[in-house]
Design a protein around this ligand. Structure first.
Ligand code: SF4
Length: 326
């Protein structure tokens, strides 16, 4: 573990100012990813700005908008009565993530900020463009079983590990951030980024910007929603493939649909073309198969993850079927 300075401000502005004063300062909340990376010497901040005293906790619903403070724990959101009843997709995704112990420490903002990564990212004896830009990608011709089938680049083929974020992108969440230039809102689909030539950047935040809340508009997806996570063991494992599926069904016709995948790309992977193909169709297996086919267009496998080309469409069909029957 490295040595570092530590402060714990009580106001958002003081926290942002502290980050702006030091190029190598970082925010810390639950620390469930950052402390891990610091212990291994992968991330080496000179200063940690502990944000746990900031007024960013709580789940509130008013004017048809659910607002979740960035410091609200994953477990609190997952069990919140309004979330369970009105936004079940989010509750299900959160409960599928990590372990109960981690969900009791990890915050919503921290979940979004966890690094997109693969096992080579942790192995400092291996090349990794994300950990050390320009060194190469150990996974590209290595053991790439967990890796991306969409949106990858020659620089990085890692997948984003969050379950919560897959539900949030499907639900068209909006992220509010505060920074040195004031407040701005970022559509969830634009928060995380694809690797391109800069895999060291996981998201579109600018220096000093602090996530303050995540908002979701009320919707008609509370009845038919399902989060399916396929993984190697039943708990505390990243998804091989996950699917967030939500349907607005009226008289067995799909009025509206939301679909996103996890474990397949550098960011939560929204499937808009597949959603569109479902609209106006009956809620049947034939429609779900069509959507799965559409969703897989452009997918590309590597040596060890070709099984995802079958697993992903099968998971989409399964998730849509279970959502339609919920
Ligand atoms: Fe690093 Fe990304 Fe390659 Fe994994 S896939 S080794 S995180 S560059």
């Amino acid at each position: 573990m490295i040595t570092f300075d530590y402060i714990k401000p009580s106001a958002n502005k003081a926290a942002i100012d502290a980050i702006m004063k030091n190029q190598n300062a970082m925010f810390i909340a639950g620390g469930t990813n950052l402390v891990d990376l610091m212990k291994r010497g992968i991330t080496t901040p000179e200063k940690l700005v502990d944000i746990n005293n900031l007024p960013l906790k709580g789940v509130n619903k008013s004017n048809n908008i659910l607002s979740i403070g960035a410091l609200t724990l994953n477990s609190e959101v997952a069990e919140h009565e309004t979330v369970v009843k009105q936004f079940p997709l989010l509750s299900m995704a959160l409960k599928a993530g990590a372990s109960p112990q981690i969900r009791n420490m990890a915050t919503v903002g921290g979940n979004m900020m966890q690094r997109t990564r693969c096992p080579y990212f942790y192995d400092t004896s291996m090349p990794c463009n994300k950990r050390a830009p320009g060194t190469g990608c150990g996974a590209l011709h290595g053991y790439n079983r967990m890796h991306a089938i969409f949106g990858m680049s020659e620089q990085c083929i890692a997948v984003h590990p969050s379950d919560m974020c897959v539900a949030l992108v499907a639900l068209d969440a909006v992220v509010t951030v505060s920074g040195p230039k004031g407040e701005r809102k970022i559509p969830f689909a634009s928060f995380h980024r694809l690797p391109g030539d800069h895999p060291e950047k996981d998201n579109t935040l600018e220096k000093g910007e602090l996530i303050t809340s995540v908002e979701i508009k009320e919707n008609n997806f509370s009845k038919h929603a399902y989060y399916l996570k396929v993984r190697d063991r039943a708990s505390y494992a990243f998804a091989l493939v996950s699917v967030a599926a939500a349907l607005d069904i009226q008289n067995n016709i799909i009025h509206d649909a939301r679909l996103a995948m996890g474990g397949v790309a550098h960011k939560p992977w929204r499937l808009k073309a597949a959603e569109n193909i479902l609209k106006g169709k009956p809620a049947t297996e034939a429609s779900f198969r069509l959507a799965a086919q559409m969703a897989m267009q452009g997918a590309k496998a590597f040596e060890y993850n070709a099984f995802k080309l079958k697993l992903a469409p099968n998971s989409i069909i399964e998730a849509l079927t279970l959502a339609s029957k919920a």
